[in-house]
Design a protein around this ligand. Structure first.
Ligand SMILES: [Zn+2]
Ligand SMILES: [Zn+2]
Length: 340
């Protein structure tokens, strides 16, 4: 089965944190955190027009400038999501430059800042020299984690962690996975191609079985328009299975409340990306700086019952000792039931 999301860290574990999630076949990506992103090519960055910011400490936000620069003049809309303070920080960044010659550069920035009960929104347009335009306040759904972006194919939800300031952790949940059986298509004399993307989109949009649509099929020497009923295709070629779940947790201290929120967020994740800046021998330092240790990352992964744990955001104090951080996290993750 081909997973819909392929995920990788933007930087090596001692570099700025960030997760790039490619939605395969969709030419679209999601970016979690905006730290240094020089490692991402312009093409990749331009696909990531939804950026989820954990908080605006420099190592999580300095990459905003590069994203902005690359997106300028591309006719794009850049959507940013994050905790209280995000809008002020975006405005601070935008006010740091002169914008008198960008009125021909169509770029729109939409910001959504999630407070405990409401969502503050703002829009900035290059054609208006990025003068802030406050949008309407919206009601934030109650509970944790709460939805931040709802797409027909997936939902991104967040939970607010204590990092002495709010630090958002995120989870990406694919609604369900659609797998199309290529052998059966072949046996039925049907080609693969972009029409299958349309089929998937109709399924994610929740179209009924009797929904009929016309698709363009490309055979080796000809193309053909053919009408299908969604239900028939589903019956013959489609397998629907559990969707992928990817969790991203950075910058939070270990306490009961954070633990409960992280475990709920990461519950059953296929991959759990978790910060692990400190070794357990420096747990007091970690606590003081509102960060996790590698052992705590392993413990959280175990409690959440995730399939795979990836630790990152290592403190430079352990330069050359990354193997110790990996080992500590994985040992704690694997030692089922030995410790609380
Ligand atoms: Zn931080
Ligand atoms: Zn950080």
């Amino acid at each position: 089965m081909n997973p819909s999301f392929s995920t990788y860290l933007v930087n090596p574990p001692f570099g700025d944190p960030g997760l790039y999630v490619e939605i395969r076949w969709a030419r679209r990506a999601l970016l979690f955190d905006l730290g240094d992103n020089a490692a991402l090519s312009p093409t990749r960055l331009l696909r990531a027009m939804d950026a989820f910011v954990s908080h605006t400490h420099m190592d999580h936000f300095i990459g905003f400038d590069r994203l902005l620069r690359i997106a300028l003049g591309r006719g794009k809309t850049l959507r940013l999501y994050g905790p209280p303070g995000l809008i002020a920080n975006i405005e601070g960044k935008l006010r740091g430059y002169t914008w008198n010659l960008v009125d021909g550069y169509p770029l729109t920035i939409e910001a959504r800042e999630f407070h405990p009960r409401q969502i503050r929104t703002a829009v900035y347009r290059a054609t208006e020299a990025f003068q802030p335009a406050e949008g309407p306040f919206e009601v934030r759904p109650e509970g944790e984690p709460f939805p931040v972006l709802v797409d027909p194919m997936f939902t991104v939800s967040a939970t607010s962690l204590n990092h002495r300031i709010p630090s958002f952790a995120y989870v990406l949940q694919e609604k369900f996975h659609v797998n199309i059986n290529k052998e059966r298509l072949h046996a039925a004399g049907l080609p693969v191609g972009s029409w299958l993307k349309e089929v998937k989109q109709h399924l994610w949009d929740g179209k009924p079985d009797d929904f009929r649509f016309t698709a363009t099929l490309y055979f080796e020497h000809r193309k053909e328009e053919r009408e299908f009923a969604l239900g028939e295709l589903k019956e013959s070629f489609v397998t629907i299975s559990r969707g992928q779940r990817i969790a991203y947790v950075v910058d939070a201290r270990y306490d009961k409340e954070n633990e409960a929120k992280i475990v709920a967020l990461a519950q059953g994740a296929d991959v759990f990306y978790c910060e692990a800046p400190y070794l357990d021998q420096d747990a007091d330092k970690a606590q003081e700086r509102y960060h996790l240790t590698a052992r705590q990352a392993g413990l959280l992964a175990r409690k959440a019952g995730v399939r795979e744990l990836v630790v990152f955001h290592f403190s430079p104090r352990y330069s050359g000792q990354d193997d110790l951080l990996y080992k500590e996290a994985q040992e704690e993750f694997a030692c089922i039931g030995e410790r609380g």
